[in-house]
Design a protein. Structure first.
Length: 346
């Protein structure tokens, strides 16, 4: 067993504190990754505070990990010591169901082993995430980080990047499309970069008019404040990608879609979102959800970000500032992703 140091929440209301635990010994198919950086996703906060229900403790959050391979198992031929790699939101799945065989492991019909707040395939052994100094993962669930991406700016791609890339690709968003991105946070800023790189005309819908210059720098054509009258947006967009982390009015956003437009929901508020029937049925609009992305598509996204120069914009912090970072995240006070520097563990 491998002694590991991390930061854990012990209850929904307690701050994260230093925590020691063990990881499994290296198996033949495993690689051991020395984690150098881990992004802070709003899902970490939702789960640490048990906002979705069913959280298990102690919880070591973190599913945007980048690091260096330090050990390879005897049959883990895909990687070598020294490779720069990433680990995202899941570390295993059944590998046999329709979803797994289609390369959509995040939708595994049997059991997804989430990187934390979950269990291994035995459905008993708890998983611990990336706010820690190393992790042992089967090589099939490990990503390659292209050399063009720095580790701290690559880390958020493992969740914020793939969560926005996957629906944009699935619904073939691109040239000639008008895309609205709702909420300019970790996911939102990647949605702007990726939507623009795919050729769409991007409009940011944000509560904060102050983010206008930032939105344009990131690749948006415009920003519209959601605190004002949205009637001018009626039937304007082909797609809406909603990344908002809290309950918010949906109907004006649905009405901003053209006939046959698609609403792509990725934000996961802790309470149900109210949706009127009329905005959907009157213009045959579609309301769809999307969950991160599979291993193959995550690798494709990383390579796309390297080729199109779309790394995340990050604020690097030492691990002892994680609780302060959660408070700032709640106030949308981050440009645009906190990333923990694991060297601060020493
Ligand atoms: P984040 O950085 O906190 O960004 C969320 C943004 O939502 C904020 O920047 C803010 O944008 C807006 N917002 C926050 N509170 C709001 C409110 N009360 N009303 C209206 N807008 C509000 O969070 P994130 O890490 O991007 O995650 C966003 C959501 O996606 C979370 O719920 C997370 O759990 C979920 N998520 C889902 C998936 C998936 O697979 N589907 C994957 C990762 C994360 P403005 O200030 O610009 O308005
Ligand atoms: Zn996430
Ligand atoms: Zn499966």
């Amino acid at each position: 067993m491998l002694e590991t140091r991390g930061y854990a929440a012990h209850s929904p209301t307690s701050p994260l504190v230093p925590f020691s635990f063990t990881r499994r010994a290296l198996g033949p198919q495993d690689v051991r990754v020395q984690i150098t950086h881990c992004g802070i996703c709003h899902s970490d906060l939702h789960q640490a505070r048990d906002e979705w229900g069913g959280s298990t403790y102690p919880m070591v959050p973190g599913h945007e990990m980048v690091g260096t391979v330090s050990h390879v198992g005897s049959a883990a031929a895909a990687f070598q010591v020294g490779d720069r790699v990433g680990v995202g939101c899941f570390v295993d799945s059944c590998r046999e169901c329709r979803a797994c065989t289609a390369g959509e492991e995040q939708y595994c019909e049997s059991h997804v082993s989430w990187s934390y707040n979950g269990t291994e395939q035995d459905q008993k052994t708890p998983t611990y995430g990336g706010y820690s100094n190393h992790i042992v993962v089967d090589q099939r669930y490990v990503l390659r980080i292209p050399a063009a991406l720095t580790p701290e700016r690559a880390a958020p791609l493992l969740c914020a990047g793939i969560t926005t890339y996957s629906p944009l690709r699935h619904w073939k968003v691109g040239k000639g499309h008008r895309l609205a991105v709702v909420g300019l946070g970790g996911l939102g800023h990647m949605a702007v970069k990726l939507g623009a790189a795919l050729g769409a005309e991007v409009t940011v819908l944000s509560r904060s008019e102050r983010k206008r210059q930032e939105a344009i720098r990131l690749g948006a054509a415009d920003l519209v404040s959601t605190t004002g009258d949205l009637s001018k947006l009626v039937q304007r967009f082909d797609f809406v990608l909603d990344t908002v982390s809290a309950p918010h009015p949906m109907d004006p956003l649905l009405e901003s879609l053209k006939r046959d437009g698609t609403f792509m929901l990725v934000g996961a508020p802790d309470k149900p979102l109210a949706v009127g029937a009329m905005p959907l049925i009157m213009r045959r609009r579609r309301l769809a959800g999307s969950l991160i992305g599979g291993i193959r598509e995550t690798q494709e996204m990383l390579d796309f970000c390297a080729a199109h120069n779309t790394p995340a914009d990050v604020e690097v912090i030492p691990i002892d500032q994680v609780n302060a970072a959660y408070e700032r995240l709640l106030k949308s006070d981050v440009r645009y992703r906190f990333v923990i520097d694991m060297a601060s563990f020493t």
